[in-house]
Each structure stands twice: as C-alpha cells, then as structure tokens.
Design a protein around this ligand. Structure first.
Ligand code: GCB
Length: 623
C-alpha cells in the first residue's frame, strides 16, 4: 500500500497549496462502458514528460512532503514565478520538458529508458468542451502500472493495475477554456504487484492505451449489458449513474430484429430485463460473426453497442459453442505489435494484422490473449473478425499469495475486465492466472478469484493455465493433470514444454500418456520451442533452428491428437516478443523466440505445420 500512502501525504500537502482536492477511489463504480461511443475528447498526441527515478515529485528528501519546486503537477506558471522573483528556482519545468507521443510505452521511445521501471510524469493541456450541465471524466483505456492524475494541480484519482480501463470524475476541477493535466505513472513492480516483478515479457511502461475526456449528462448510462441466456432468451441489465438514477424509463432495442422493450430502474439505478429471443436472430460464431446494433435509451442519455449472441458450455469432456461441440484452433498472443521496436500501441490496424495471421494464415478460430487484459480495440476486432478469446488477468507465476493487497488488485482487475468486456461475444473463457505454483495460500487465493469471476459473470467458462505432474517409469512418460484447482475450473488448461524445457527425443512425444483426474474438457494453453528466423539445423537436435521448432510442433500435435479429452490448443506463441530475461547473444538478444512469426512477421517453418494441422481439424467434426 506504499502508493496509497504517498497519495495521502501528497493529498495533505496539496490541500495547503491547491485548496480543494478530491481523491477518487482507486477502483470506482464508474464503468463508462463502451467508451468509444460516448462524447469524448481524445488526448492522444504529444505530451511533455519528465523522468523521476528518485520520486522527488512525490517525496521530500527526508521522506515527507515533496519540495514545492519539484512538483510536476502543480498549477504554477514557472516563467511568471521566475519573473516575479528571480531568486526562486525550480528543479523541473514540465512546460519545457521533452515531448513523447502517447499512447505508447516509454521503453520503446528512448533507448535510455529501455529498462526504466520507475516514476514518469506526463503533462499536456486541453480545452474544456463541455456544454452546460455536462459531467466530465478522465478515462484511461490502460496505463502501466500505477497512475495518479491531476487536473489543474488537483489530484483527481489514483489507480493500480496496468491493463484495464478506469475513470476519474473531473467535473469539479475543470475550468472554462484551457486546462492542464499531469499524470504520474509509476511502473515499479514488486512482490505484491499483479503481475510481480519477474515475468517473461517486457513490462512496457507508461500510457500504452488512449486517454479521453468523456462528457456525459448529469445522469448517464454507466453500464449496459446484454447476452444470450442459456434458456434461449436475451437478458441483461442497465445501470445509471447520477442524481436522477432511480425510477427512470429505459428502452432497449435491436432495430435489425425489430425488437424494443421497456424497463424501469430501481432505487439504485439498476434495471434488469429478459425477453424471448427474437425470431430470425442469427447466433455469433467464428464462421459467421454476426453482430447486432443494440441501443439503450433513457430520458437523458443513449448508448449503442455492437453485440453478438452465443452460448458457451461444457458437457463431460466436450466444449460446446451454441450447443455444438467445438475444437479450439488457437494460438497465444502478447499485446505487442509487429515491428523491430514495438511500443505496445495496439491500434486496430496492428491487431488486424496479427488476427489475419490467426484466421487466414493458420486457419484458426481462437486466440489466447495472454497474460493480461488486452485493449478494447483488440476485443472488438475479435468480435468483428470471428475469433474466440481466452481473456486473462496478470496473476502470473509467483504473485504474493499471502498478500491481501495482491488479492485486492487481482480482483479489481478481474472486475474491471468483466465490466469492460461483458458484451463481447468473442470472449468465452476467463482465466484467473498462469502457472501459479501450488501451495495452500495459492490455492485459497486462486479459489477466491474463481468464485469472484463466476459471481460477476456466470455466462463464461472459468479456467487457469496450470502445470501437470510428469512421471517417467519403465521408459514411459505419463503426465497427470492433478492440480487441486481443477475441481473448480470449467475447462482445464495445461502449459507443457516436453522436448523444449526437457531433453525428450522429439520422436518420443506422441507416446506420452495424458491422464486427467476430472471429467472436463482440456486444452493445451501453451506449448512451444524457440527458433530464430533464418537459423537452420538438424531437426532432431538443433534447438533454436526452424527445423527443430517445426518437428517439435509436428510431434506435439501428434501427441495432442491422441488425447481424447483435449478440445483445443493455443501454442506459445504467434510472434517473437520482447523479454528482458531472454539474453542469448546469438538467438535471443532480448526476445523470446517461440513465435511462429519473427518480430517483423516472417513465417518460420512451424507456422505451416500448425496451419496444416488446423486445416484438417477445421473439416473434422468434433466428437
Ligand atoms: C511459460 C509462460 C510464458 C513464457 C513461456 C516460455 O510457461 O507461461 O509466459 O513466455 O512459458 O517461453 O517459456
């Protein structure tokens, strides 16, 4: 809770210097879902930035309040202050600081910031475009890792967690005309952060997704959800925020289906609705990703969303999409665009390029968006292009499972992910973590996450990427899926690397026997081998060669085909990605090379092996 303490001490300091300060909760009830269809002002573009490795903008030299001349967020005209008193001085000057383009991680922009994981300040100005009686919110699609936001010198809110959307109300702080906004973004990770400090990917620090000012009516639609229920009806809820939220009429309509229903909010501003599925409704599927425009209208606000309708369930070891068995022909993906110097600025065009590889190149229907919540842009594209999605929160490896703070952040992240993406038909699975090592405290932690996820969203499957126990007896390898968590998961998902992190002969992989202790479907959520594009060698032994990776895929796929309860795959990974832990000077140079594509999109041999396997699978009905 260090960050919160800093925010509080800064708050005390600010109340002396800046008068009124309002501190929003780190996770508020303001969801502002479907933010792109609201009146908004995009703050993308050039911002001033100032690096602050010793956090002097937050802490004084003896640890107390910061010195006034180091405050990056103060609403002070430094030029005027110096003109009035030449003896004063400042040890920062945001108005004359260098510029950086947001969104985009600082690591990619400046070579000296490649591995910088500390505090950064950003500043820009914008004009207030609110019409009379509108409320205003600062809306972040995502910023890594902790953010404090200041408008005209006043702290408007703080947030922890690098991959989900959040908003702070700034109605009170906005002035007519020009406004100043300053952000302190701290990328420090530790044992209690989610994810923790050590991962196998580049953290990509700073403001990696768009920031907008969203303007709303005094009482606005905070969230609007709709889905196909298991009983065949359509159902959902609308929630209003504002003084007039109770007893309000709500209209929900799907014009293309000629359907309109009305409901009324309760005292808390909620309205639930359910109605028979309109005749002629076409269900969403990867083959036919049909989306309908749904409109939510109140007396003061309206919101439109494009929504697909489908169900996802299991029966024994089968996975059913719209009640029919399905095999997930997938691949895993990090949020990292193609190119030699990605900055985690996943535009729609960048995401489309990667998804085209999955849909058209690999003949896939599924993507594991690992290891954290990807951008709304990406999820909307998955809906549009017809890709089933595994969504994941960054509970990765050795999170501090004894820490109430870690649990709080993990749960907050899950809640924010579900709030943002509830209407996305593409998402069929929520994963609560990846390769967490079994212990009593871990089991308790993970079970709490599973329970929370189910209660927030009963419409999707809950899973986690786990590891399985391997035994080698009488010349035969057996792998048993026996993690205690499996009793509570809907779908088992195992990461397995036989023949890469083990010295198995690749020819022996198909003989590995897989045993499951649950009558549930399973996928391989990961398998993979590094290969540097253009490196060639003996397929049986030359690790890092394209040939070895291709044979590894072939043999692992043969193994997969022999497992009766296996319903899909998301091999590791579509594209080489930056990882500071991968420093082999010839093959890796800071990149994890398990991609089927190089970082600039060149296809390695294994790409075609998987594409062929999926082509055959596509035409083979699941039994
Ligand atoms: C894993 C992790 C993933 C790594 C991958 C690897 O099991 O889940 O984050 O990047 O292995 O390449 O070793």
């Amino acid at each position: 809770m260090i960050f919160f303490n800093i925010a509080v001490s800064t708050l005390a300091f600010l109340s002396v210097f800046c008068g009124q300060v309002a501190l929003a909760q780190s996770h508020s009830t303001v969801e502002l879902t479907n933010s792109t269809s609201r009146k908004s002002q995009n703050l993308s573009g050039e911002w001033r930035y100032s690096v602050d490795p010793y956090r002097v903008g937050q802490l004084g030299f003896h640890g107390g309040a910061p010195s006034a001349n180091a405050l990056r967020f103060a609403d002070t005209n430094i030029d005027a202050a110096l003109a009035a008193n030449p003896k004063t001085f400042f040890e920062q000057d945001m108005e004359h600081a260098p510029q950086i383009k947001l969104p985009g991680a600082w690591n990619a922009t400046q070579t000296e910031l490649r591995y910088y994981e500390g505090l950064m300040w950003y500043r820009r100005h914008f004009d207030n475009i609110a019409t009379q009686n509108e409320r205003a919110f600062l809306h972040f699609d995502g910023a890594n890792y902790k953010v404090s936001a200041y408008v005209n010198g006043a702290l408007v809110g703080s947030h922890e967690g690098g991959f989900t959307a959040f908003s702070f109300e700034i109605t009170e702080q906005l002035r007519a005309g020009n406004n100043q906004i300053t952000l302190g973004v701290d990328c420090a990770h530790n044992a209690q952060s989610v994810p923790p400090q050590v991962t196998d990917w580049d953290l990509y620090c700073g403001v990696t997704r768009p920031i907008n000012v969203i303007y709303t009516a005094q009482t606005f639609i905070n969230s609007a959800r709709i889905r196909l229920l298991d009983n065949g009806n359509l159902g959902g809820s609308v929630q209003l925020n504002g003084a007039q939220k109770s007893n309000q009429n709500i209209e929900v309509s799907i014009p293309e289906l000629n359907k309109k229903i009305r409901t009324v909010t309760n005292a808390d501003g909620y309205a639930n609705f359910e109605f028979p599925r309109p005749r002629g409704l076409v269900k969403w599927s990867p083959e036919h990703p049909k989306l309908y425009q749904v409109e939510f209208v109140t007396n003061t606000d309206s919101l439109k969303d494009k929504v697909g309708f489908r169900t996802i369930t299991t029966r024994g070891t089968q996975l059913l999409l719209n009640d029919k068995p399905i095999y997930l022909r997938g691949i895993s993906m990090h949020e990292e665009e193609l190119g030699t110097n990605p900055s985690r600025n996943m535009t729609s065009a960048a995401a489309r390029e990667l998804f085209k590889h999955i849909k058209n190149g690999l003949n896939g229907n599924f993507v594991r968006l690992s290891h954290y919540t990807h951008s709304e842009t990406t999820l909307r594209l998955a809906d549009e292009m017809g890709l089933l999605v595994w969504g994941e929160i960054p509970v990765y490896w050795t999170v501090d499972f004894n820490s109430p703070h870690s649990l709080e952040i993990a749960q907050q992240t899950q809640q924010e992910a579900i709030a943002r993406d509830f209407n996305r038909a593409s998402i069929i699975i929520w994963s609560v973590g990846n390769e967490t090592p079994i212990s009593e405290s871990r089991n308790i932690f993970m079970l709490k996450l599973v329970a929370q996820t189910r209660s927030l969203d009963p419409s999707r499957l809950v899973s986690a990427a786990i590891m399985a126990s391997r035994k080698y007896e009488n010349g035969k390898a057996t792998i048993t899926v026996d993690d205690p968590l499996i009793a509570d998961l809907d779908l088992l998902a195992v990461n397995t690397y036989n023949g890469w992190y083990s010295e198995d002969e690749l020819s022996a992989l198909p003989q590995i026997e897989w045993v499951s202790r649950a009558d549930k479907p399973m996928i391989f959520s990961e398998f993979g081998a590094d290969a540097k594009y253009g490196v060639h060698g003996d397929a049986k032994n030359a690790k890092f060669s394209e040939e070895y990776q291709a044979l590894y895929y072939q043999k692992t796929l043969e193994m997969a085909d022999r497992i009766p309860f296996l319903v899909g795959l998301s091999p590791w990974i579509l594209k080489d990605f930056r990882s500071p832990r991968r420093q082999h000077p010839i093959y890796q140079e800071g990149w994890n090379r398990k991609g089927l594509l190089s970082e600039i999109g060149q296809k390695k041999q294994a790409y075609n092996v998987l594409a062929k396997f999926y082509k055959v699978r596509e035409s083979k009905p699941q039994d």
